[in-house]
Write a protein that binds this ligand. Structure first.
Ligand SMILES: [Zn+2]
Length: 443
């Protein structure tokens, strides 16, 4: 009897409804705080990585830093039989483009692609930034270690590439070091334009900017809290879409928000010790980050960062004033915390890269009826679909129902007016696409 039960459980497990996948736990385990610490130290030791700094020295300035980043991706690639495609992508920004560009400068990003086996042109992206700054944004000679801002995000990206290089994925993963962030988000702008030109199908970007500080200027110390910033709806939406929202909802359900919720759910499942905070805004109040240029052209993108910032350790000349030590130096970075946020990225990159595409069309019906109804376009490679819903005031997808290999479904007894809904596709290993908010109506 006991044996029969074990066999039955095993059969159920193979039935494609597994709740967790051991590989994601292995990925969390494999992320190394020591390697991240070493890389942050190496990056900080380039003296300055200011976008306008020296490019010829082998030891100081952004040129040396980007060559080292490229070499590091190449070392990772060499260890997996050349599994990464490593390259530069660059744009010339002319002097005076804004007041932080005081001379002509090549803004150079460093890219490493783990090419997808099934969908080579579909990309999920993890980014960190190469460049740093001190108090004066145009000072490109003073020491500017940028240990947390943003050697931490860059080192996390290098480490995620090492860990995920051991696996094959259906979708492509792009690991990228972006430059020109502090001068006006130039690296992101350049890469987003490049992606448009090349016709990349971008699932989304995880912008990692400051993932190493646990001691906040607010006095809070937490090595578990972190933030996921996402804008409500894309700025590229049409007037028609904007008008439709008044009647059908979707004010807080754009593609970037769905990506944020995806990460939130995965972290709750696989890293329950962490406390992800969904922040319902593009970025910090009035401040910028490198996911924005991707959002600007209609791609999904979110920012992952520490929850408690310390402003005496960002964008500061290194100095002591009234007993306060200013400067973004190595000793303020918590490497164990940077490791955790790197793992957050890695499990979500892997989940999305193993998942089928999301359904492109999702229609909802059920006006003045006792049940909500759904129709969606079939996805090649999906073994089934999942309908999600939540109270209209809830930030997260709290209810779900797996409905198997169907293209329509009726949720009996669930009244359309009282919830928000979405549909995801599910692959053979149980990995899911981000949720799609309905983009059509039927009667
Ligand atoms: Zn910064």
């Amino acid at each position: 009897m006991k044996h029969l039960l074990v066999v039955l459980l095993f059969v159920f497990y193979l039935g494609g409804n597994a709740q967790t996948d051991q590989r994601l736990y292995d990925i969390i385990e494999a992320v190394s705080a020591e390697r991240i610490a070493k890389d942050i130290e190496t990056l900080a030791n380039f003296g300055t990585r200011h976008t306008l700094s020296d490019t010829l020295s082998q030891t100081r300035g952004i040129g040396a830093a980007r060559r080292w980043i490229k070499a590091d991706f190449e070392r990772t690639s060499a260890a997996c039989n050349g599994c990464l495609e490593v390259s530069y992508q660059k744009n010339l920004v002319p002097k005076g483009d804004n007041d932080r560009i005081t001379k002509d400068v090549w803004v150079v990003n460093v890219l490493a692609v783990k090419r997808g086996t099934k969908y080579p042109n579909r990309y999920i992206i993890m980014s960190g930034d190469i460049d740093s700054r001190v108090s004066d944004p145009n000072n490109f000679t003073s020491d500017s270690p940028g240990a947390n801002d943003n050697a931490s995000g860059m080192a996390g990206t290098l480490e995620a590439a090492r860990v995920l290089s051991k696996y094959d994925f259906e979708n492509s993963i792009l690991f990228v070091g972006l430059s020109g962030e502090e001068q006006g988000l130039y690296g992101g702008k350049g890469l987003a334009a490049h992606a448009m030109e090349q016709g990349w199908d971008i699932i989304g970007i995880f912008n990692n900017d400051m993932i190493g500080n646990i001691t906040g200027v607010d006095g809070v110390v937490s090595n578990t809290d972190f933030r996921i910033f996402s804008e409500p709806v894309p700025p590229t939406e049409t007037e028609r879409e904007r008008k439709a929202r008044r009647f059908y909802g979707g004010e807080v359900d754009g593609i970037s928000r769905q990506l944020a919720r995806y990460i939130y759910r995965n972290v709750r499942t696989y890293m329950p010790e962490m406390n992800p905070m969904l922040v319902y805004r593009l970025d910090r109040f009035g401040r910028g980050g490198h996911h924005r240029p991707f959002n600007d052209v209609g791609f999904a993108g979110i920012r992952i960062m520490e929850a408690h910032e310390n402003y005496t350790q960002q964008h500061q000349d290194i100095r002591t004033e009234n007993g306060i030590e200013y400067g973004d130096v190595l000793r303020h970075v918590n490497f164990e915390y940077a490791k955790k946020l790197t793992a957050v990225n890695a499990i979500n990159l892997a989940s999305i890269a193993w998942a089928p595409p999301a359904p492109t069309e999702v229609k909802i019906g059920g006006i003045v009826q006792p049940s909500a109804k759904f129709q969606w376009s079939p996805v090649e490679g999906a073994v089934g679909y999942k309908i999600y819903w939540r109270d209209t005031t809830s930030p997260t997808w709290d209810y779900s129902r797996y409905v198997g290999d169907a293209t329509e479904y009726t949720l009996d007894g669930i009244v359309i007016d009282n919830y928000f809904f979405g549909v995801s596709s599910v692959g053979k290993d149980g990995f899911e696409s981000p949720v799609v908010f309905p983009n059509g109506i039927f009667r």
